[in-house]
Write a protein that binds this ligand. Structure first.
Ligand code: B12
Ligand code: SF4
Ligand code: SF4
Length: 364
């Protein structure tokens, strides 16, 4: 049956059944229009809050005019989006027997296989089935890296509100989930999307803003990425400014602090029974950081292949290890730090780490 000969409620529920069957229990539909918050996005870029992430500037025209994205790629005109969430606590594709992922110093989303691969693969299966159901329509899946303002789109699709920590939060699921979407030529009237985003449930709470160790949440719903630990440990290709290094604390890759303190995540974290707040095992941590500090680029690439950690590259991982070793007083790492003192790009940070370790004697 073509979309024209099927009643809209049928189409929406048939799509829903396919999504559920492929493991997407939370989804919503949205009309593709200029995002509600595009002016906020432009203001954010003008203030330079994106730091080195120049691709966010290049994405502006396509984010502003979402219908043109599919058009620019395969000639189909997108009018609607099917937006899905995928919880990452517990991680849907964990990696067994990988000690570095047990440490609590790695953001929850990264403690498993790279979601860009497995989410796209699941959505490709969804699209195959949608294409059989609706052969005259066009579908294309995206997650994270495409020029899509995903949080705005998710709010538009009724999946949650934008919290003061800038994350999309659902009353039932909290915020510890990925977002992904299928752009489609389907007429939005057939999907009956909500008319406006749902209500905000942050109220007078400011826990996320107060808990951020580097004061990156400069106002409710405004994040200066240049101060955010997630940016400093994943996206940035630079050495973090000295005044932010201590705030990075034990975060080796990414940061969940503003989400872990959020009352809306209390239940999902408790239900998943994760080791979110467990104490770090010092010996394991020392071993892992020593491994990162002394390994060649090629060995690190091999060790983290297929995981989000590969995004930081050998330079980024060693940089992060230096900061964490210094912040946690891991004097056992001094020989590896010494070996990096003459490194062209890491030398200054290695010197800082060494001086900090020698100032603070080992405490445990
Ligand atoms: C760049 C980027 C980052 C940057 C900047 C983040 C930021 N807050 O701006 C850095 C590297 C810091 C980062 C960190 C993280 N990220 Co990130 N990131 C992105 C990316 C690629 C683009 C986001 C962007 O354009 N930022 C610029 C700001 C201005 O836009 P925005 O965050 O979308 O915010 C908009 C809304 O908040 C909106 N808004 C504000 N008020 C209101 C009110 C209403 C009513 C509406 C509708 C909208 C609205 O205005 C903003 C501008 O449009 C998206 C994927 C994508 N394609 O969208 C993932 C994405 C946002 N990241 C994600 C995740 C998981 C993370 C981390 C948790 C990873 C980690 N553990 O380290 C942290 C969380 C840090 C945080 N508090 O945001 C998820 C978020 C899922 C969710 N539940 O919200 C996304 C969607 C990736 C995905 N596909 O799953 N990220
Ligand atoms: S992710 Fe960490 S550093 Fe970034 S805003 Fe949240 S608490 Fe602050
Ligand atoms: S911690 Fe409080 S203010 Fe921050 S996102 Fe959660 S509910 Fe909103």
């Amino acid at each position: 049956l073509s979309s024209k000969s099927k009643p809209s409620a049928d189409i929406a529920s048939s799509i829903g059944a396919i999504l559920q069957d492929e493991g997407f229990s939370e989804f919503g539909f949205a009309e593709l229009k200029q995002p509600f918050s595009i002016a906020l996005y432009e203001e954010w870029l003008e203030k330079g809050f994106h730091g080195e992430m120049d691709y966010l500037v290049r994405h502006l025209p396509l984010k502003k005019d979402p219908q043109s994205l599919l058009n620019s790629q395969n000639g189909g005109k997108a009018r609607s989006a099917i937006v899905v969430t995928k919880n990452y606590v517990p991680h849907p594709e964990p990696i067994e027997n990988w000690p570095i992922l047990e440490l609590g110093t790695i953001a929850a989303y990264a403690r498993g296989k790279d979601y860009h691969h497995f989410l796209k693969a699941s959505l490709a299966r969804v699209i195959e089935r949608l294409q059989v159901l609706l052969p005259n329509e066009v579908f294309c899946a995206y997650t994270d890296s495409a020029p899509v303002l995903e949080r705005d789109l998710a709010a538009r699709a009724g999946l949650g509100w934008i919290g003061k920590n800038t994350c999309v939060i659902s009353r039932q699921k909290g915020s510890l989930f990925f977002l992904a979407e299928i752009y489609t030529s389907l007429d939005p009237a057939l999907l009956q999307p909500p008319e406006k985003p749902g209500p905000d449930h942050c109220g007078t709470c400011t826990r996320c803003i107060d808990a951020c160790p580097t004061k990156a949440l400069v106002a409710p719903r405004v994040l200066d990425a240049r101060r955010c630990i997630s940016y400093l440990t994943i996206e940035s290709r630079e050495i973090p400014p000295e005044e932010l290094r201590e705030g990075i604390g034990s975060c080796f890759f990414g940061c969940d602090i503003c989400q872990n303190v959020c009352p809306w995540n209390k239940k999902p974290i408790a239900t998943a029974n994760t080791n979110e707040n467990s104490n770090l095992n010092r010996d394991d941590l020392v071993n892992d950081l020593q491994f990162v500090l002394r390994s060649s680029g090629r060995s690190l690439e091999k060790a983290f292949l297929g995981t989000p950690l590969s995004r930081a590259g050998s330079f980024g991982l060693k940089r992060n290890a230096l900061v964490v070793a210094a912040n946690l007083n891991l004097t056992e790492c001094l020989p590896e730090i010494d070996a990096l003192l003459d490194h062209e790009r890491l030398g200054e940070l290695a010197k800082w780490a060494k001086e900090k370790l020698l100032r603070h004697p080992k405490t445990t």
